[in-house]
Design a protein around this ligand. Structure first.
Ligand code: MG
Length: 390
């Protein structure tokens, strides 16, 4: 049959309907962020970038289409969204029913986002010969059954871990689902193909395909992608006037003094400089464009609100705060005695370790507006790590 260059149509089903309770938090794991991109988007892009795959059916939970569309963005491939069922089997079935025409089908779990081209190549080669293929890795750890005193040691010889994507001829996987009579729910599709008496080829899997299950898996995956982070530095500067009859807020701490700062919000000049530094590193405008001074809703509010907003902007971009350095410039009050409390407060607002927060103060030798006690100035430098591509 060599030379019969028939173009086979390959459709991928991406199962993203799970709730993922073990991964912690309220967000299903396919919608968690890894290095600024949703798990679902990582998995989808891996499939979409393979030249053999011409369409992807994304199986989602009920009412999750908008969430999925927002996560995925606008990749250069045909996508169909279908709502999954109660079990994984039913979700895959819904995906299969969403396919109008295919010769090969790849069925993949969104919780395995790091899929290489090489694995897809091996699967396609094998499915064209055998009709069904799965990626598998030999078990290398010692296995024990039971938790009491190591339980019973299980011989790992000949044991394999079976991963996804799993590849099938379309008619074969449809027949397997149509003919499923198992008493228990299958954990994958290869079992169903075996159940109708068809062999399944094992090809070499990939440890990068290990399923993200526990919170630590996500942190580890993020670290793998850390090499894609770039460092951004932003600076901020602000001045407010000192007046009688106002509270003095600096770095989120109320500092006893005979005057306070006047102006926008609580006029915390140090936090304003900090927010501007973060926005600078994000190249996302300044504090005035996010919280216009003309807008009455910001009158008198705690500037911690602005810091919180800036922190969420970093998170939304999948970034991190590496370090923050704030300098206040004033003749009085003396800052030294408040420095530790200020560091703790700023660390709390940014949700980072206090060792990443530097707070300093200087005078201007009685020169200028700060030297005359007419106002306080603050400078801040924020260093962030942001994923490339932003
Ligand atoms: Mg200000």
């Amino acid at each position: 049959m060599r030379g019969a260059m028939i173009l086979l149509r390959t459709v991928a089903i991406l199962v993203a309907a799970g709730r993922g309770a073990r991964a912690g938090g309220e967000v299903p794991k396919q919608f968690k962020l890894i290095a600024g991109k949703h798990v679902l988007a990582h998995a989808l892009e891996a499939l979409a970038s393979h030249e053999a795959i011409s369409e992807i059916v994304v199986v989602i939970g009920k009412d999750e289409e908008k969430l999925a569309r927002d996560a995925i963005g606008d990749p250069n491939i045909a996508i169909t969204y279908v709502v999954g069922g109660e079990s994984r089997r039913e979700s895959v079935r819904a995906g299969l029913d969403g396919i109008t025409s295919a010769d090969r089908v790849l069925i993949h779990d969104a919780a395995r986002p790091f899929l290489s081209k090489a694995v897809i190549d091996r699967l396609i080669l094998a499915v064209d010969q055998m009709g069904a293929a799965v990626p598998a890795l030999p078990v290398v750890d010692t296995l024990a059954r039971g938790s009491d005193n190591l339980g019973e040691i299980v011989d790992r010889e000949g044991l394999f871990r079976i991963q996804t994507p799993q590849a099938f001829r379309f008619d074969l996987i449809m027949a397997a689902h149509d003919g499923w009579t198992g008493a228990t729910e299958p954990t994958d599709d290869a079992q169903m193909v075996r159940n109708i008496g068809h062999d399944v080829e094992m090809v070499e899997g990939d440890i990068m395909l290990d399923k993200l299950t526990y919170p630590a898996d996500f942190r580890q995956a993020e670290q793998r992608l850390m090499s894609n982070l770039s460092t951004r530095v932003g600076m901020g500067y602000d001045v407010h006037r000192l007046v009688a009859g106002e509270d003095l807020w600096l770095c989120g701490i109320k500092v006893p003094h005979d005057k306070g700062l006047s102006g926008h919000s609580d006029a915390d000049v140090a936090l304003h400089a900090l927010v501007d530094a973060i926005l600078g590193a994000l190249a996302d405008g300044d504090i005035g464009s996010h919280f216009p001074p003309s807008d009455p809703q910001w009158r008198g509010v705690a500037s911690s609100r602005f810091v919180e907003h800036a922190r969420l902007l970093i998170e939304a971009r999948g970034g991190y705060i590496d370090h923050v350095d704030i300098t206040m410039i004033c003749e009085a009050p003396k800052i030294g005695g408040h420095r530790d409390a200020m560091r703790v407060r700023v660390a709390e607002l940014l949700a980072v370790d206090v060792r990443r927060i530097s707070i300093k103060a200087t005078t201007t030798e009685r020169l200028g507006f700060a030297g005359r006690g007419e106002g306080i100035a603050a400078q801040a430098v924020a260093t962030l790590s942001l994923p490339e591509g932003f």
